[in-house]
Design a protein around this ligand. Structure first.
Ligand code: ZN
Length: 458
């Protein structure tokens, strides 16, 4: 498989260095509801992970939550709630939305606030090695000490200097006491009223960049196979991650393959929370379903920018329905069996070429057409349908009928929980009533050794 590596600017043959594929994806900063721009990135890296697993790799996927940040503090203050409470709510919302989008959960979701000692250790080592310095209770990374600083983004130190003056970067950098304008904060001294943690440099909190370096090294080791994120993270976030991690471990490269997805634009403008033009994930799910949203995203190449449009999402929804019908309507009778092998080969070839999901989908739609044609002829279609389901699953498409609306999920969960309690209390008449009324509403319950699961029937 070839993947485009931002570090080399080329497509390169991908294989893990050893053992499982170590994949780190930058997670969300929970200060507001997640929008389709976030969903796009996580759908893409989910398709990559599913495909690697399909090709026989084991993948270890780590994704952080930046649960402390200037914007979380500002938003929580606006709402009059503690920052941790806001972060907690939005993390739960994000996790439910990812589940509804059929995005596989990461194996570890470290949170910044739970990894402070790891970050303090890393910062202390960077100071000892001369890569960082303390200034008035803040700690900065000394970019001039890392000779190859700028190798990911292709920015020289001079350009960095100009950028820092213009305020490039998403967090406000404290900055009066820096040696060089490109130096960035590893530790920020506490301001009054802000959450803070004790450190050798006084109470404060970590900078954003150090978090990802500390968590990736802790949970995946000193060298990652794949590091993913949106293209907006190349500079300064990922550039700074490289500088910190390589300075800390003394090993290069920190990441073997840097993968970046393009932006989602809305009316020619980047869809970002700060611009306020947000389509929340929940709204996308309600209107277009998980498969519709996924098809909208995966129908373009992940490195290309994607423009949000209702027509595009509608088209995704219709395409999902076409695939679903092709996969489930029964064929009949005798006839030449449909051989899906050529479609499977095309799918794999496309995905092997830097995750060309648009081409892979073209193979799926051709297969769906072939299935429909065979059905019209009265020929068997089972083998073709099995292949269609298999390959659609690699892209995370469920091909399930209209999913239960996201809004209904917590209520169904609640009823299932109540029913479990009724059964524990041996109130079987009542628990059976819950089951049969849910069944009437089209929700089937299944009791397993791990508890009760529910699914929409149909
Ligand atoms: Zn990150």
């Amino acid at each position: 498989m070839k993947l485009y590596n931002t570090l080399s600017g080329k497509k390169e043959d991908f294989a893990p260095a050893d053992g499982p594929v170590k994949m780190y994806v930058c997670g969300v900063t929970p200060y507001d509801r997640s929008h389709l721009g976030h969903a796009m990135s996580y759908i893409i890296f989910d398709a990559l992970r599913r495909y690697l697993e399909y090709r026989g790799h084991e993948v270890r996927h780590v994704q952080n939550y930046t649960d402390i940040d200037d914007r979380i503090i500002a938003r929580a203050n606006q709402l009059g709630i503690p920052p941790q409470e806001l972060a907690e709510q939005l993390i739960a919302e994000y996790a439910a939305e990812m589940e509804a989008l059929n995005v596989l959960p990461a194996h570890v979701y470290p949170r910044a606030t739970e990894e402070i000692p790891t970050m303090i250790d890393m910062i202390s080592t960077l100071i000892d090695k001369g890569y960082a310095y303390e200034a008035e209770r803040d700690v900065y990374f000394r970019v001039s000490a890392k000779k190859d600083y700028g190798k990911l983004s292709g920015r020289s130190l001079e350009a960095t200097e100009a950028g820092a003056r213009c305020g490039v970067g998403r967090e406000v950098e404290p900055g009066e006491n820096k040696e060089h304008p490109g130096d960035f904060a590893l530790w920020k001294a506490a301001k009054p009223g802000e959450p803070s943690w004790p450190s050798p440099w006084g109470p404060g909190r970590p900078g954003w960049h150090i978090e990802c370096s500390a968590m990736s090294v802790k949970y995946l080791g000193e060298t990652l196979d794949i590091h993913g994120g949106g293209v907006d993270l190349v500079f300064p976030h990922h550039e700074n991650e490289i500088a910190q991690s390589e300075a800390y471990t003394g090993r290069e490269p920190f990441v073997r393959f840097w993968l970046h997805n393009g932006w989602l634009y809305l009316d020619e403008e980047k869809m970002s929370k700060s611009l306020g033009n947000i389509i929340p994930i929940s709204e996308g799910l309600e209107k277009y379903g998980a498969d519709g949203c996924r098809l909208f995203v995966l129908n373009s190449h992940y490195r290309s920018p994607l423009t949000y449009s209702e027509e595009g999402l509608e088209a995704g929804k219709r395409a999902a329905e076409r695939l679903r019908l092709a996969a489930c309507l029964p064929g009949a009778g005798e006839g030449p069996p449909l051989d899906p092998e050529a479609f499977r080969r095309r799918f794999i070839e496309a995905m092997d070429d830097d995750l060309n999901t648009a081409q892979a989908l073209a193979a799926l739609f051709d297969l769906a057409r072939e299935i429909n044609r065979a059905r019209d002829e009265g020929w068997p279609v089972e083998e073709g349908q099995a292949a269609l389901r298999e390959l659609a699953g690699v892209l995370g498409l469920t091909l399930a009928e209209e999913e239960v609306g996201l809004a209904a999920r917590p209520f169904i969960d609640l009823l299932v929980e109540l029913r479990d309690e009724l059964r524990e209390a041996k109130l079987y008449q009542l628990s059976d009533k819950v089951r049969s009324r849910l069944a009437e509403l089209g929700v089937a319950l299944e009791d397993t050794s791990e508890g009760t699961r529910w699914r929409r029937r149909g």
